[in-house]
Write a protein that binds this ligand. Structure first.
Ligand code: SF4
Length: 290
């Protein structure tokens, strides 16, 4: 799934209601992961220089692009082999140790996409591909992009592609804030029920599904509003006092070894050596076998 970011704080005027807080789900989740990373990603200008793109990001982008462009082909041309060719044409060479490693992972991505597409009906075009959706609540204006939105018997299903080495669990689908918010947004935009959220793990073809209830979706909306309320306060304080604001303490964790901004964060550097650019594909530099 891709998400868009946006400038969040609109100006309030005397006597006017408080404006909605604009955010993408990824903005909300970045705050939960680490307030300092949030500050460097969304507030600091000029933006601190992030580390170069990692190999697993290149891999994921190529797979997502191929699964998007597949639906632009004429139905008769939507074959697994065509999907594999799309991976090749959208391949990005960034972050790999050397050209050999890049070529090996490109072939792996082609094989995975082709195998995944074996289980997809080429005639059943989705309702949306990388579809931008928006949702307004009492305090929040959310926007983001869904990998795939399916229509099945009059109901909608939100599909998110995953390319990580480890397959997601049913709990990942159940607890995902972005998926729940996209379900609510899709239902309102298309005026059709949308309670199904799915994670499709392209490397294995595994699909994990969760069926939300109106109550569980409402809880997710409330969770997003609560995070946005914290962000509204933090953003305002940053505007007032800048980087000395107490709202943006580093939240150190094993994720610091992967953080794009650790070069600007002594606390994060103390968490251990930085992971190599290809570590998510080949831990410790040892090629992962099929
Ligand atoms: S290195 Fe860790 S603590 Fe520092 S900004 Fe990144 S995630 Fe936050």
């Amino acid at each position: 799934m891709s998400q868009t970011s946006g400038a969040p704080v609109q100006q309030a005027f005397g006597g006017m209601p408080t404006p909605l807080y604009s955010a993408s789900p990824s903005r909300l989740l970045t705050w939960l992961d680490c307030p300092r990373r949030y500050r460097m990603t969304y507030l600091d200008r000029p933006r601190p220089v992030a580390r170069p793109q990692r190999a697993h990001t290149s891999f994921g982008v190529a797979v997502h692009n191929a699964l998007r462009d597949y639906w632009d082909l004429a139905p008769v041309d939507r074959t697994p082999a065509a999907g594999a060719r799309l991976v090749r044409s959208s391949w990005i060479d960034l972050g790999f140790r050397n050209p050999e490693q890049s070529a090996r992972w490109r072939e792996k991505a082609q094989a995975q996409v082709a195998a995944y597409l074996e289980g997809v009906d080429p005639q059943a075009a989705p309702l949306g591909i990388e579809r931008t959706v928006a949702l307004k609540t009492g305090s929040l204006a959310l926007n983001g992009r869904i990998d795939r939105l399916d229509e099945r018997d009059g109901r909608l299903a939100v599909v998110d592609y995953k390319t990580s080495r480890v397959a997601p669990t049913a709990d990942d689908a159940r607890t995902s804030l972005p998926l729940a918010l996209y379900a609510v947004a899709s239902s309102r935009m298309f005026r059709r029920p949308c309670t199904t959220v799915e994670l499709h793990h392209v490397p294995t073809g595994e699909v994990v599904t969760h069926e939300h209830t109106p109550e569980s979706l409402q809880r997710k909306v409330a969770e997003a509003e609560s995070i946005a309320s914290d962000l509204r306060r933090a953003d305002a304080d940053y505007k007032e006092v800048g980087v000395v604001s107490r709202h943006f303490a580093p939240r150190t964790s094993p994720l610091c070894t992967w953080c794009d901004f650790r070069a600007h964060c002594p606390e994060g550097q103390a968490m251990g050596p930085e992971k190599s650019s290809w570590a998510a594909l080949e831990p410790d530099g040892v090629p992962v076998q099929d």
